[in-house]
Write a protein that binds this ligand. Sequence first.
Ligand SMILES: [Zn+2]
Length: 265
Amino acid sequence: MRAFALGYHDILDGGGPDSSGFPGATAARYKLEAEEFSAHLSAIAGVNAPVLADARTLGTKSSGAVPVLLTFDDGGAGALAAADRLGRHGWGGHFLITVGRIGTNGFLDKEGVRELRRRGHVVGSHSCTHPERMSVLTPEVQREEWTKSVLILSDLLGEQVDVASVPGGYYSSAVARTASASGIRTLFTSEPTSRLHDVDGCLVIGRYSVLRGMAPSVVAAIASGGISPRLGQVLLWNAKKTAKVLGGESYLKVRRLIVSRGRQS
Ligand SMILES: [Zn+2]
């Protein structure tokens, strides 16, 4: 089973980078202006990518085009702006909430989290405290992060929450095992792969992280899985343009992502 999952973070709706989500320059690299995000969605629509509203239905799909999943980490205040843009395409997203930040500066409050769910989006956990490196924590602490966040969210939404994403991009199979033991059945990581796998009854889904300045054509190529050698060159060229904005380290990340995608297709 495969899926092309895109990992977004904050969508900025007129405010500065610190108006949504975690503050600082590192987090800002993952924050997109609403207009830039809209251009991404148009590009995804332009390649007729089959956007799947709920990853939990993946197992029930028969073979066909590889579905695209749109995910949003952190639970920043801009999530509702992202939901507005998704709504224009009739698409559903997966919003993964840092539960300990609900109602704090730059993050959704309880009503905002409920509103996402009311609009039909999937709402899941992104841990309680957003540990920088989840995979180095003891299993007990990992379990506490998952269990507590799922409990609070389930209580808030009045339904069992069983979807989550790993904070900070630090994944290991132990992280999936503690997630599964906490009732999580679908877990998004930041590993750039379209191949899904199961860990103790939890479906683990990799994602392609989206950076600010990433060309819509790159996102559309990921979503459509259509990376030919020639198109690969175009993507790299676009990634280099992005690098001018973001600096060398990000360029390497984007390049690794594209090379990794190329190997899979
Ligand atoms: Zn995060």
